[in-house]
Design a protein around this ligand. Structure first.
Ligand SMILES: [Zn+2]
Ligand SMILES: [Zn+2]
Length: 258
């Protein structure tokens, strides 16, 4: 990496992670206003105002500062020549195939990491001391996504340095992965079920309702991207599929009436 390139990357992750997270929070927080009220029909819980509390905003700003700090550590390491991340733009067939594969490897690593650490956060050791802070949001909204105890912040964002140091990954792919991670985190908390008519093949992916039920019932639905882990460890809310279908019908009826 040349001197100029190193210099340019110095603030890349420090700024990119918190700014992207904030962008998705504001977007999902205002999604109903942006769509001129069309999203009200997609609300998971009619009674829910989806208004963020001061506590959620404060804790989110603390988490975003922590994300910036982790980004700064990665930027400093990049400058010093550490990390598995690479910046080569000359691709052959194998390099291109690996580029695509590395994105899915990162997602798979994160999906398993999230499920395992989330179960750990629900253990006696961590729940009352750490994770209960996130669970104070019973009816989550966009600002609940990163409203957590600083120790949980380390758990949640920890996947980025893990991949950064151990998985050879192109900086462009790492950026895409970071965007998807932050997007899904806010999407899962936004309080709207935006994919009520998903095709059967997409049942393998989790929905906003899935994580909403985690905040409601606490003991179920620990997964992030795929429903696989909750299925495998029998931790899906027993009425998840049934309530999804019910919600889908309510949303579709409300949409028809609009
Ligand atoms: Zn939890
Ligand atoms: Zn949550």
């Amino acid at each position: 990496m040349g001197k100029t390139e190193r210099h340019r990357t110095m603030i890349l992750w420090t700024a990119f992670i918190p700014i992207t997270a904030l962008f998705f929070i504001v977007y999902f927080d205002k999604i109903n206003v942006i769509s001129r009220g069309k999203k009200s029909a997609f609300k998971i819980d009619d009674q829910n105002t989806l208004k963020a509390t001061k506590r959620e905003v404060k804790l989110t700003l603390l988490s975003l500062s922590m994300f910036a700090a982790i980004g700064l550590v990665m930027d400093i390491c990049l400058k010093a020549g550490y990390g598995a991340i690479y910046n080569d733009y000359h691709f052959g067939l194998l390099e291109t195939l690996y580029l695509i594969a590395s994105f899915f490897i990162a997602l798979a690593m994160h999906d398993l990491y999230f499920y395992a650490t989330h179960r750990l956060l629900h253990s006696k050791l961590f729940f009352n001391r750490v994770h209960a802070v996130h669970h104070k949001s019973h009816n989550p909204n966009a600002w609940s996504a990163f409203s957590f105890h600083p120790i949980e912040g380390l758990f949640q964002i920890g996947i980025l340095p893990l991949i950064f140091f151990f998985l050879p990954i192109h900086s462009f792919v790492f950026g895409l992965f970071t965007i998807l991670l932050l997007f899904i985190s806010v999407y899962g908390h936004c309080g709207y079920e935006l994919r009520p008519n998903k095709v059967a093949a997409f049942h393998m992916f989790n929905t906003s309702l899935h994580h909403y039920q985690h905040h409601q019932f606490v003991r179920y639905n620990f997964g992030l991207y795929l429903n696989t882990w909750d299925k495998l460890f029998k931790s899906n809310y027993p009425k998840y599929e049934e309530s999804f279908e019910k919600l889908r019908d309510t949303i579709n009826a409300a949409n028809r009436a609009q």
